[in-house]
Design a binder for this molecule. Structure first.
Ligand code: HEM
Length: 88
C-alpha cells in the first residue's frame, strides 16, 4: 500500500504496548488500535493480551469472523516484512 511501511518487524511493534499507544499485528498488517480500544466489545484488558505483538492467533481463536481489515482500515500503520511473518 502506498505511503505505508512494508518492512515492519515485531520489534517495531513491541514498544507500542500501552492503551494510549497500542499497535497490533493482525494477518500481516500492523494497526494503531488506540482509537478503537474503547469500542471493543471484549474490553481493553483483552486487547492488552496482544498489545505490541502479533495478535493473529489469539484473535482468530476468539473471533475469526470479525472483519478486522475493514473495521481498522483507517488505523493501518504498515505491513510486517516477510521475515516477521510466521511460516504457515
Ligand atoms: C469480542 C478478545 C481484538 C473486535 C471479543 C471478546 C473477547 C475478545 C474475549 C468477547 C467479548 C464478550 O462477548 O464478552 C479479543 C482479543 C483481541 C481482540 C484477545 C486481541 C488479539 C479485537 C480487534 C477487533 C475486535 C482488533 C476489531 C478491530 C471484536 C468484536 C467483538 C469482540 C466485533 C464482538 C464479537 C461478537 O460478539 O460477535 N473480543 N479481541 N477484537 N471483539 Fe475482540
Amino acid at each position: 500500500v502506498k505511503d505505508k511501511r512494508t518492512d515492519m518487524t515485531l520489534a517495531d511493534l513491541a514498544t507500542h504496548n500501552h492503551p494510549n499507544d497500542m499497535w497490533m499485528a493482525l494477518r500481516g498488517k500492523v494497526y494503531n488500535i488506540t482509537p478503537y480500544i474503547n469500542y471493543h466489545p471484549g474490553g481493553v484488558e483483552e486487547l492488552m493480551r496482544a498489545a505490541g505483538k502479533d495478535g493473529t492467533d489469539l484473535f482468530d481463536d476468539i473471533h475469526n469472523w470479525v472483519n478486522v481489515e475493514s473495521m481498522l482500515e483507517k488505523c493501518l500503520v504498515g505491513h510486517l516484512g516477510s521475515s516477521a511473518k510466521k511460516a504457515s
